[in-house]
Each structure stands twice: as C-alpha cells, then as structure tokens.
Ligand binder design. Structure first.
Ligand code: ZN
Length: 421
C-alpha cells in the first residue's frame, strides 16, 4: 500500500526521489491548473520544462494562505487550484476556520488514497499495527480533522472505530466495550476525556489503550502535556502535524524526539520569515508531491520550527523538527519586549493541577498585556504558584487569576485558548 523504504535512505537518494516527483507534478499541473499556471508564468516559469534544477525550484514564488483565501473568495466556492475538471473530484472538506474564513479543499480518488498513505507513516511511526483497534472520537463533518486518519488506519489493516455522534461518556463506554488500543484525537480532547472518566470513577489507565496520537494543536509535543496524557491513559502519546490544505506531513517515531517530516511525500524548507532566506529555525515551508488535483508548492505554513542537526536514534533519515511545532507565527505574543508563544505558557501551566485555561491578550500600544485564567486546584493560592512558575520560566510577570471549575470552554477540535480583547 505504501513504500516506507525511503525513511532510512541517505539524503541524496531522498532528494532524487523528490526531484522526480516534483518534475511529474509540475508537468501535470502547469498549463492545466489556473492557479499555478498564472502564478508561475508571472515569475518566469513559462513552461514545465523550464524547471531544470533545485535552483529553479528555489526561485519559484512562496505561497500564502491569504492568496488561497482571496482566490476562493474571487472564484467561489472552490477557487482555481484545480488541475482537473470538477467531475474528477470525489470529496470536499474544509479547514476548521479557527483563523478566519474556512478554506475548502477537493480530493480526487488518487489524492484521497495519498492521504491514507501519508497517515500510514504517522501510524507506523507510533508503532500501530494491523491488530490494533483505533478509536476516533471526532465529529465526522466538513472539517477534515481525523477523516484521513480513519482511512489511514483502515489502509494499514487496523480496525478503525468511528466515534462521531457520541458524548464523552458514551465514547469511553465504546472504547471499553470494543477493546480500543489506540486513541486518536486532539491533545485537549484526550485530557478532557480523562477528566470525564475521573468524574465518573473510571480509571482510564486500566483501559487497553497503549498509544495515543494527537494533532490539531502543539500539545503532545509539550512535555508537561504529554506527561499528563501518558499518565492518565497509561499509554505513550505521539505528536503528529498536518493541515487541511497541505496534508499529513509530520509524525513522531518511538523515540518521541520531535516530528519527522515525511520527505517521500513533502519537500520541507525552513526560512527566516522576515527575509525568506534559508534558516535552521524559522517558518516551515512545504510542498506536497502527491495531491496533484490541488497541490501546494512552497507554501508558508505559518508554523515556527527548528530543524534538528543530530540524526534520530530510530534510524530514520527524514528531517526532524525539534520540539515539534513551536508555535504559530501569528500567535506570537510580545509581552514587555519578550517574545512568548502561547505553547510556552501552556508548557508551564500544565505542570500544575489545572483542568483548563485561557490566555487573554490585551493590546496596549505596541505591547501585549496577558492575563491567564485558570481552572486550578487551590484557587488563589494555586494561581499564585502558577504565576511564580511563569515568572521563573519566562522571565515576565503576568496576571494570573483562578476561575470556577467548568467555566472555561472545552474543545473537541482545535482548541482556542488565546483570546484577544
Ligand atoms: Zn525518529
């Protein structure tokens, strides 16, 4: 079903594979796909044959989400990143819309199989096998979320269990009665399910779950969050990264040492977001190689990452992002001159008995003022301990206030914990 032999090949071999895939992509897309044909012709790539080497690739223009949003607004409902006539497409999904209008994305038969193949790397990285029973507590709606993961589990030969249309308690019962061994959801929802289990006197660690897989938020890559999930479920928690418009590109191996980029299906670059120059730490730029019906080439993900220099102990040679996704560039807060990602705040907050939290941001001139609201054990005293830890860890004093248990929103999909006032 999918070929994973490239995972341990040397860089030269991987580059050669990528180059041949890229050439096929450009040959298929140039002239057929209005979005890319217009964009490339404007920058001197008149025909597919003009792409002769990696230097030509580096000269291709970067692409932003704003361009895609504008394209879909001008050409509703699907925009012009379409290589084939509409009848060739068999599925439609859209982004969660947590940051603005949702993007719609169409799939062909081939691109949907490609998604499942990419998820094969994610599941295999976490050690998922054909004898596993994989549960997806996810509302199977327009948001692509874990639809593709479900396909990936089936393609791998595991038993895929849909968990839509159930509340958390019913989901826990399904997990128990069907002998779930792998749980796939956002990190927030894994924590929420644990809380529901605790309230009902269910010990989640006694369920047969041995691995949990998380995407949608940076959570599973944050040590304190991972530790809570692993302890609560009595399982190992793995991080994964993907985007509706890009695909499932990043996965953790059993070393749990950051995210590997699936370089057999994606080309990864890291750039300084200000200058566009290649950099070890900066913005992740991706190209997908197997979604020819609506590809993305040199797409600015908006995610801040840092490339690892040392090879991974697992033996995979694919690029590795240390600490996973460090944060969204547009989520970066500047608090009294100090750059802080919300994930850095979460990394400290989660060391304490906090059920849920929210970061409120107030713009004061050019500066961000931050207030952290906590559902924390011990009320005022508990909040003060978190405040001290934030000051020690980040070097800045923030207002921290306790709120009533259960008063902050819970999230099944992408959590929205940063609120700008
Ligand atoms: Zn590894």
């Amino acid at each position: 079903m999918y070929d994973r032999t490239l995972e341990t090949q040397d860089a030269e071999r991987v580059r050669a594979h990528q180059w041949s895939r890229l050439r096929s992509l450009v040959a298929e897309v140039h002239g057929a796909n209005p979005f890319w044909t217009t964009k490339w012709r404007a920058t001197g790539l008149a025909a597919a044959g003009d792409l002769k080497d990696w230097k030509d690739f580096a000269r291709l223009p970067l692409t932003t989400k704003a361009e895609l949003v504008a394209d879909q607004a001008t050409h509703p409902p699907f925009g012009t990143d379409l290589t084939y006539p509409l009848e060739r497409y068999v599925r439609v999904h859209q982004t969660s819309g947590t940051s603005g209008a949702p993007l719609r994305w169409l799939e062909t038969q081939a691109s949907w199989e490609w998604w499942a193949r990419c998820w094969g790397f994610v599941l295999a990285g976490a050690g998922v096998r054909p004898d596993d029973r994989v549960f997806f507590p996810f509302s199977f709606g327009l948001f692509i979320g874990f639809w593709a993961g479900f396909e990936g589990a089936r393609a791998l030969g595991a038993l895929a269990i849909p968990g839509g249309g159930q509340d958390s308690l019913a989901r826990l019962a399904t997990m128990e009665s069907l002998g779930t061994t792998v749980l796939v959801c956002t990190p927030s929802y894994a924590l929420h399910l644990l809380q529901v289990a605790r309230e009902r006197g269910i010990d989640a660690a006694r369920l047969p779950v041995r691995a949990t897989l998380h995407a949608g938020e940076p959570g599973a890559g944050i040590p304190a969050v991972r530790a809570r999930i692993e302890e609560g479920w009595g399982a190992r928690a793995f991080d994964h990264a993907g985007m509706t418009e890009m695909g499932a590109y990043g996965y953790e191996c059993e070393e749990q040492a950051g995210l590997h980029v699936n370089e057999s299906e994606f080309i990864a670059e890291v750039i300084d977001p200000a200058t566009g120059a290649a950099s070890r730490e900066g913005e992740l730029v991706l190209t997908n190689l197997g979604r020819l019906g609506s590809p993305l080439v040199r797409y600015r993900t908006g995610d801040r990452v840092r490339l690892a220099e040392a090879p991974c102990a697992c033996g995979r040679t694919f690029a590795r992002l240390e600490g996973g996704i460090l944060g969204r560039l547009d989520d970066l807060l500047i608090v009294r001159g100090v750059n802080v990602f919300p994930s850095a705040i979460e990394a400290i907050v989660r060391r304490f008995p906090v059920e849920e939290f929210r970061i409120e941001v107030f713009r004061d001139g050019e500066l961000d003022e931050v207030r952290v609201l906590l559902e924390v054990e011990g009320g005022e005293a508990g909040a003060r301990r978190v405040q001290e830890a934030l000051r020690a860890g980040l070097g800045i004093r923030m207002e921290v206030a306790p709120v009533d248990a259960g008063s902050l929103p819970r999230f099944e999909l992408k959590a929205r914990r940063v609120v700008r006032r």
